[in-house]
Design a protein around this ligand. Structure first.
Ligand SMILES: [Zn+2]
Length: 667
């Protein structure tokens, strides 16, 4: 008996622990144990179930994938209709809505609960007696489809809950979605299998929740956030949405961490502002924010329109996508000679910015998305990234023309070479092709490279087109009279240019390597090379085998490096650079001794990129995630979860006001 109880206790404990880790991993993306530790627990659980099948509990993570293939989805009525929310498209719409709430409640600054509006598929989930009971899609709001099996595959959704302070039966609403990263990966897998791809994460989530085979749904990495309840009457222990959802969070439901209680129009609007910026860096897509009155009592007095509740609104972000037409396609020559097709568009406004061009990336992208000249296309813009084309609107297609790859370089007319398994075209006339010369020098002076301040891209183009310079080392032989040949340049500016060229001469080895512009050698490969080869001479003599042994360098990059240094014109450029007085500085520490540091939040007096540079130059290794071995957290305003983690690990924390002291130690 005692032994049986021991096994049972261990079994229940394992279920509890694994379910908790599933929530941390699948919802909050913050695993606290390694994959192998997790696998270990899971194996132990399965072993117990194999030995004692009678013990198997509904709440066990092994029970999530049903084996039963469905013929079709049963329909189910919603006990309470799943209404949609009314929308605010502009700030004025939102302000009107908020003012009306205040007037109707005879109050100033009514308290709201706000959170992101997830771009997925709405579901209603029922719990009975502390157990997951069933799940239904929204459908038309009154009747949906039974997706109980597939929703069960969402690993962060608890199958058993502590319902002490909750009603015996209740309905909770949530949004099923897929991370942007998983969307890309799953589409890639589908492409390899020659199956139909999905056009965006929402379609993929919807398509996956409606799979008749639960095993397919299980493979789709569906995620879920819960955000509402069907009715408030039965939740007698809770007066506010925020209290109830804090409780839901405490008992293990997946609840979004960005939610906020706000009061007053200013708080509401600045939260919108903040989340609009946050949006791009989030792992999943959100298309706006949902604001709801926080107090349940007020729900009743406010009531409903025929379509939606009057106590909530969806305030949508400005669309970052617009429909336009491709007028023609031009070809651009990149720094290393790669030809990029560019769509010239009928100008269109996207989220307040006028867009007339979008990159088409390469010819495999063009054929994959089936893009033609004259097609109507959805153009997407995100942050500072060049706009690109998301998809074609096939219903508007009339007479279209195929996009033909050029045979010759649009700039220097030399015959192009097909590379990278035939998807890309390249101009190999590197030394004479003007855009390649311009861009390699522009790359050389950039902040992350030699950091020559004050000289802009336009000036480089002018210097190249007037044949004053033709490679990077020529910058260091420039004289006053050279600059006088340029349009509209004053004496005082010339002095500044010359002094800024001069002061760039002392440079970290890794930045110098990056500045050389070797194909596919980015900042991190350059750093790895600088660490591996502690002098320029050693780097120049590197062998292929040495290179592929470096963790950041693959065979393709290694080949690029070898052929770069084989080219005598590159060697003569490097020789000229060094003889013009460039002085390389090498790191003080070995990688093993580097102190690891994480930077979080924003700073009033420092740029994060500058901070990283200073720290790296002084022997710190910058990392993005806090772990037990992190030596230091540099913490700015609005630090987020990293600060909490650092506190829990006992990591040393330096706040902005103490930063000056730390930086002073470096001199
Ligand atoms: Zn060319």
């Amino acid at each position: 008996m005692a032994k049986e109880k021991k096994i049972k206790d261990r079994y229940l404990k394992l279920i509890e622990v694994i379910n908790k880790h599933n929530l941390l991993y699948h919802t909050y993306d913050s695993p606290v144990i390694s994959d192998s530790e997790y696998d270990h627990l899971y194996t132990e659980l399965k072993d117990i179930e194999n030995k004692y099948p009678s013990i198997i509990s509904e709440s066990s993570p092994t029970q999530r994938v049903g084996s039963q293939l469905l013929d079709y989805f049963e329909k189910r009525d919603h006990e309470q209709p799943m209404l949609s929310l009314s929308n605010a498209a502009t700030e004025n719409d939102f302000i009107d809505f908020y003012n009306k709430l205040n007037i109707n409640n005879n109050i100033n600054d009514i308290e709201m609960f706000a959170e992101p509006k997830f771009d997925g598929l709405a579901v209603n989930i029922n719990y009975e007696n502390g157990l997951y009971h069933n799940a239904t899609t929204r459908g038309d709001g009154y009747v949906g489809e039974d997706v109980t099996q597939n929703v069960k595959t969402i690993k962060s959704l608890p199958m058993v809950i502590d319902n002490t302070s909750l009603p015996k039966k209740f309905s909770i609403r949530g949004e099923v979605f897929i991370d942007k990263k998983d969307f890309t990966e799953i589409n890639q897998e589908l492409r390899i299998k020659k199956q139909k791809e999905y056009s965006n994460p929402r379609n993929l989530a919807a398509g996956s929740i409606r799979q008749l085979d639960p095993a397919v749904a299980n493979s789709r990495r569906l995620r879920l956030f819960l955000h509402g309840i069907a009715e408030t009457d039965s939740f007698i222990n809770f007066k506010k949405h925020s209290d109830l959802f804090t409780h839901f969070n405490n008992i293990g439901f997946p609840i979004n961490k960005y939610s906020r209680v706000l009061s007053g129009i200013n708080e509401c609007l600045s939260y919108f502002e903040e989340m609009s910026k946050q949006r791009e860096t989030m792992p999943y897509e959100i298309d706006g924010l949902v604001y709801r009155v926080n107090s349940f009592d007020r729900y009743k007095s406010l009531g409903f329109t025929s379509k939606s509740p009057k106590w909530a609104i969806a305030y949508k972000f400005k669309s970052l996508e617009s429909l336009s037409r491709i007028l023609r396609v031009t070809f651009q020559v990149g720094r290393t000679g790669t030809i990029t097709p560019v769509a010239e568009l009928e100008p269109v406004n996207i989220g307040g910015v006028k867009v007339a061009r979008a990159t088409l990336h390469n010819f495999s992208e063009i054929s994959l998305k089936d893009i033609h000249i004259n097609d109507y296309v959805y153009v997407k813009r995100a942050g500072d990234v060049i706009p690109d084309i998301d998809r074609v609107e096939l219903s508007k297609r009339k007479s279209v023309k195929k996009i033909i790859p050029p045979k010759k370089c649009p700039s220097c007319d030399s015959v192009l070479k097909r590379i990278d398994n035939q998807v890309a075209y390249k101009c190999t006339n590197h030394k004479k092709c003007i855009p390649q010369i311009e861009q390699s020098i522009i790359h050389f002076i950039a902040r992350k490279a030699m950091n020559i301040k004050g000289i802009g891209n336009q000036m480089i183009r002018e210097l190249v087109s007037k044949k004053i310079i033709s490679r990077s080392s020529d910058l260091f032989t420039l004289t006053e009279s050279d600059f006088q040949k340029l349009d509209r340049v004053g004496e005082k500016s010339i002095k500044n240019y010359l002094s800024s060229i001069d002061s760039s001469k002392k440079v970290m080895f890794s930045k110098f390597i990056y500045a050389l512009g070797i194909k596919e050698v980015g900042e991190s490969s350059a750093k790895a090379l600088a660490t591996e080869f502690d002098s320029l001479n050693k780097l120049l003599r590197c062998k292929y085998d040495d290179l592929v042994g470096i963790s950041d360098i693959g065979p393709v990059v290694a080949t690029n490096i070898i052929s770069f240094f084989k080219d005598t014109s590159n060697i003569s450029n490097i020789t000229n650079l060094i003889s013009s007085g460039i002085e390389l500085t090498y790191k003080k520490n070995n990688p093993e001794n580097l102190l690891s540091v994480v930077i979080t939040g924003s700073f009033e007096n420092y740029k994060r990129s500058d901070l990283s540079d200073i720290l790296e130059a002084n022997g710190y290794k910058i990392s993005n995630t806090i772990s037990k071995t992190t030596n230091l957290l540099i913490c700015g305003n609005k630090p987020g979860s990293k600060l909490k983690k650092a506190q829990s690990y006992g990591t040393n924390i330096v706040y902005e006001k103490e930063l000056a002291m730390l930086l002073a130690e470096f001199h």
